[in-house]
Design a protein. Structure first.
Length: 484
């Protein structure tokens, strides 16, 4: 039996293929199926387009004639492409088409009710369900597949059993077998931490990046996040975060180094007040003498011991710490973020960052619940001070996205917003319009009680212009003083 995973990434904005990071579980799923005897491959349509401008998905489907195709629909920005690709597959083959990922999980019944090109959706963790689904295609009953919503004649069915991967399950997975991805070397070279692919081959890309799975889940709820504690419970049944064994993580880091990956991305920090796991892991990395850079996304502030530990563990070439204060207003930050810290605490932390000489990336946003223009002025004031006084290598601000299953999406009135995008078909139509160059009814899918959608977008643009000028002046001053 043959299973083909297709990453849907063909929507283009400004000549760049957008948000094309493969969910980490995709590689682990493909590796698991290979070990279970199923012929499996991963196709990333965005990478294929960059490697070959004449790439044709129709030819690929005809050549392989797969029996089953999995399409990831984790991020809602792929709503249109996932359906478009599934329709193409159904037209050219008899493959069984299954979706997975958070967006597919949330909208499973609506998707199956409206799009006949989708045969089933795996809701939540997919490791055991996908294996059982493949066996069911050999004659067993789909009711035996956990986490499955599927079409039975003209009605929809949901299996009774639920599967939630525990630490032991995650430890049996291999997230580093990128060789299963067609043209993986281009993927690790062209992908950026922002999730976009740069299509211009003449730009030298020395940095290669991999993604390290440390665990799953979250311990808090940020107002805007579709991957918080309650969202995980709703979509996957997971009640608490789980960590992978440090020995398994270390082994994958070693494999990344062998694959000439120069920097790993770590985005799992569910208990900031207790980071013993990372201190132990960093110590193991040093003892094994693994020479690699890291971009660590902190979910809250750290103490200085963590900074020192990070600094002496990873190669400094591409290493950075990333933090998302979101707002310069303490009031707005406290109302929206699961992990709160004051501006004075944030600035003291930046002083330690400065002393340890660690590059820092900062993320702010506009459109938060209860935010006003006055609150956003506080954001600009704080961010400008950070750029001027601290080792900030990048600072950005974009309008907050409307994520399915986030608290704001589930309870818009409670969080002071009005939804313009409520159903899957709304997301589908927005990204269909963007792909076809047509006007869309809403880019953000919401407005707040205090800020209209155009104003939310304008505020982020103002932020970027002001910070760009501040960074230019900072470096201009630095070079002038260096030449004295």
């Amino acid at each position: 039996m043959n299973l083909q995973h297709i990453k849907n990434t063909s929507s283009k904005i400004n000549n760049a293929v957008t948000y094309t990071i493969i969910p980490m579980g995709t590689v682990a799923l493909a590796d698991l199926l290979i070990r279970e005897g199923y012929e499996t491959m991963i196709i990333h349509t965005g990478i294929e387009q960059i490697c070959n401008r004449n790439f044709n998905l129709e030819d690929l489907i005809k050549n392989y004639d797969p029996l089953m195709v999995g399409i990831d629909l984790h991020w809602y920005v792929h709503s249109y492409d996932a359906i478009r690709i599934s329709s193409l597959i159904k037209r050219l083959s008899n493959a069984f088409v299954v979706l997975g990922g958070f967006t597919a999980s949330y909208f499973a019944e609506e998707i199956l009710s409206n799009f006949k090109s989708i045969d089933a959706v795996i809701c939540g963790d997919a490791e055991l369900p996908l294996l059982k689904l493949l066996k069911c295609k050999d004659g067993e009953d789909l009711r035996e597949v956990p986490n499955l919503v599927y079409r039975n004649a003209e009605s929809l069915k949901r299996s009774k059993d639920r599967y939630v991967a525990n630490s032991s399950d995650l430890n049996r997975l291999n997230f580093s077998n990128l060789h299963l991805l067609s043209n993986f070397d281009e993927y690790i070279r062209n992908i950026s931490q922002f999730g976009d692919l740069d299509p211009f081959k003449d730009k030298a890309k020395l940095k290669t990046q991999g993604w390290l799975c440390l665990g799953r889940g979250c311990s808090v709820n940020c107002s805007y996040c579709g991957g918080g504690k309650d969202a995980f419970q709703l979509l996957t049944g997971r009640r608490e975060p789980v960590f992978r064994a440090k020995e398994r993580v270390l082994a994958e880091l070693a494999r990344f180094e062998e694959m000439k990956i120069s920097c790993v991305y770590m985005d799992f920090d569910p208990f900031p007040e207790k980071r013993d796991y990372y201190h132990d892991l960093f110590d193991m990395i040093r003892r094994e003498k693994i020479d690699i850079s890291a971009q660590f996304l902190l979910w809250s502030l750290s103490d200085r011991n963590f900074l020192r530990d990070f600094n002496r563990t990873f190669n400094p070439l591409y290493s950075t710490l990333t933090l998302s204060p979101e707002s310069g207003s303490e009031y707005i930050r406290k109302l929206n973020k699961g992990f709160y810290y004051s501006n004075s605490e944030l600035l003291r932390w930046l002083e330690n960052i400065k002393r340890e000489m660690i590059p820092i990336q900062l993320y702010f946003t506009s459109g938060l619940s209860w935010e006003t223009v006055s609150h956003f002025e506080e954001t600009i004031k704080l961010a400008k001070r950070m750029v001027e006084e601290y080792p900030v290598v990048s600072i950005s601000c974009n309008p907050i996205e409307l994520e399915p299953a986030s608290p704001r999406f589930l309870s818009p009135k409670k969080y002071g917003i009005s939804l313009k995008t409520r159903k899957f078909i709304d997301f589908y139509n927005v990204f269909k319009g963007l792909a076809e160059g047509l006007p869309v009814h809403s880019q953000l899918g919401y407005e707040t009680n205090y800020l209209s959608e155009p104003l939310i977008i304008e505020l982020s643009q103002q932020f970027r212009e002001i910070m760009s000028s501040a960074q230019y002046k900072k470096w201009e001053k630095f070079f002038f003083e260096s030449n004295l």
